[in-house]
Design a protein around this ligand. Structure first.
Ligand SMILES: C[S@@+](CC[C@H](N)C(=O)[O-])C[C@H]1O[C@@H](n2cnc3c(N)ncnc32)[C@H](O)[C@@H]1O
Length: 353
């Protein structure tokens, strides 16, 4: 086969498309119902502000939250009472606007406005039913343990060693950083350091894969909403680089097209694609998918793939296999800075070989 990898998308409707379709249908039916009933469909923001003022809404004490749906229900009751007739407000549309409205409202207030799941850190000073309540965060024990392990002594913040600035310095010296910035591929220094950490692992431990070998395909699984790690590799090597993520393209910063040679990106789960490459390197930067499922989607000439993974969250166990190199990279600005490298893992071999 040619050096160009073949990416085949399997035609199954992924669950996220189904969920999105259901949401779209709900909003459409809410709008249609409102149109039919002839009632006002949309709340007026001024009404909302007046109501928030009347109930003396403010930033809640630390650790206290109010469910967004309670705000919706109470506001609807208020409008219905005021109008003395039933008022229709589309819940989906209201809740979509509420967060940004509150963010603007509390922009210059003392205390920062925050959202936690579908709750806001706001409280009414006058209405008992709209008072915030304390919610216990479930501590992420794994993350705490990972942080403690990295800092070397439990509970103490880690010392910011000069080593930890390594990738920021590298970024400033790299010619391709301009292209990375222009394309708004990285949202912050943390994400940047993670992708650079993967590149560094490749440079250090996969030396047999030459940077100018055009027959290599790099597959970045779970790359995020922008094809950031794949773009970094495409700009710094001669490899064909493919980013796969079900959320690809969904951020405001995502682009339809990137003017970066040998970069492909696909909005899909890795299980929904089959990638045929001559030589394959898989990169999994904090990907939320198992190594086994990933390997099942990749085919190479010799039936093996190298792999670099930075596991996170609940994926330490499922992104694992024997014969790995493992180390902690202090320059990755995340509590999840374990790097695993495999030189040869079994994937699928081309059927005609
Ligand atoms: C914690 S985010 C990491 C994103 C990015 N790599 C980063 O470090 O910023 C986990 C990513 O895994 C992606 N993901 C979840 N299931 C996946 C699947 N089946 N195949 C590919 N990616 C998946 C998610 O969409 C998400 O973007």
């Amino acid at each position: 086969m040619s050096n160009q990898p073949i990416v085949e998308i399997i035609e199954v409707e992924p669950r996220w498309i189904t969920a999105q379709r259901v949401r779209d249908e709900l909003v459409a039916s809410e709008r249609a119902a409102a149109r039919e009933s002839g009632l006002p469909t949309n709340f007026d923001r001024r009404d909302l502000d007046e109501w928030l003022d009347a109930l003396a809404f403010d930033i809640a004490p630390v650790g206290e939250w109010l469910e967004s749906v309670r705000v919706f229900e109470a506001f609807k009751v208020h409008l219905t009472t005021r109008e003395r007739r039933s008022v229709h407000i589309a819940q989906g549309e209201f809740l979509t606007c509420l967060g940004s409205h509150l963010r603007e409202r509390f922009l210059h207030c003392q205390g920062e406005f925050k959202k936690f799941k579908s709750r806001y850190n706001i409280t009414s000073k006058t209405s008992e039913s709209l008072k915030s309540r304390a919610i216990e965060y479930r501590t992420n024990r794994k993350m705490t343990r990972a942080k403690q392990k990295e800092s070397g002594h439990s509970g103490q913040p880690s010392v910011v060693a000069s080593e930890s600035r390594k990738y920021m310095n590298e970024f400033l010296k790299t010619k391709c950083s301009i292209i990375l910035l222009e394309n708004e591929l990285f949202p912050d220094a943390k994400e940047l350091s993670e992708s650079f950490g993967a590149f560094n692992a490749c440079r250090k431990h996969l030396g047999e894969f030459k940077m100018d070998d055009e027959s290599i395909s790099l597959i970045s699984v779970g790359d995020g909403m922008t094809p950031r790690t794949a773009a970094l590799f495409a700009l710094r090597t001669s490899w064909h680089c493919i980013a796969i993520d079900p959320k690809m393209g969904l951020s405001k910063k995502s682009k339809q097209k990137y003017d970066i040679a040998r970069l492909q990106f696909h909005r899909a789960k890795i299980e929904e694609v089959r990638i045929r490459a001559k030589k394959a390197i898989i990169v999994m930067v904090h990907a939320h998918i198992s190594l086994a499922k990933t390997l099942a989607s990749v085919t190479s000439d010799d039936g093996t793939a190298a792999c670099i993974a930075l596991p996170c969250c609940n994926y330490y166990a499922s992104i694992d296999a024997p014969n790995r190199i493992e180390y902690s990279d202090i320059a990755v600005l995340s509590p999840h800075r374990t790097v695993r490298v495999w030189k040869r893992l079994s994937c699928s071999r081309h059927a005609n070989d």
